[in-house]
Design a binder for this molecule. Sequence first.
Ligand SMILES: Nc1nc2c([nH]c(=O)n2[C@H]2C[C@H](O)[C@@H](COP(=O)(O)OP(=O)(O)OP(=O)(O)O)O2)c(=O)[nH]1
Length: 144
Amino acid sequence: MDDNPVQLAVVMLVNRAGELLLQLRDEHAPNFPNMWALPGGHIEPGETPEQAAPRELMEEASLRPDSPLRLFLVQPVPEHHRVKHYFYGMTSAVQDDVVLGEGAAMVFTPAEQVFEGREFTPGTALAITEFLASAEYAQLRERA
Ligand SMILES: Nc1nc2c([nH]c(=O)n2[C@H]2C[C@H](O)[C@@H](COP(=O)(O)OP(=O)(O)OP(=O)(O)O)O2)c(=O)[nH]1
């Protein structure tokens, strides 16, 4: 039984070149230090996942999506007592627009390089794999 799992909102933000924004967690992070992740974090009490996702993106990268983020996947991770809400969206921002607010790095990464030598937080690699193969990602690429 996992009665009250921690609720997280994370963002798969794609730029006009089709690159995905990835966060490297810093060495002092209490959980999963030095691992790759998506920008995101805890959904605060009274906050919806739809509110938490753009807030975390602003706090951690100083970026806004071009249009409202959409939900891609809700993923239970019972072994870590978490539920992760994955949102996606497009930005016309470029790497120089990123202001690192949390973590050791925040980088737009070409899709074919996402899995090159990176260890991801639980559930993240699976969600990114599904997203990069999805109609949702293909549609963003068509509109870029
Ligand atoms: N940002 C992020 N955190 C993740 C991912 N996967 C995953 O298990 N986590 C975990 C790590 C942390 O235990 C938790 C999020 O913590 P955080 O420190 O990044 O979030 P936060 O901004 O809410 O931080 P705080 O308010 O607790 O200081 O979720 C992911 O893809 N991105």
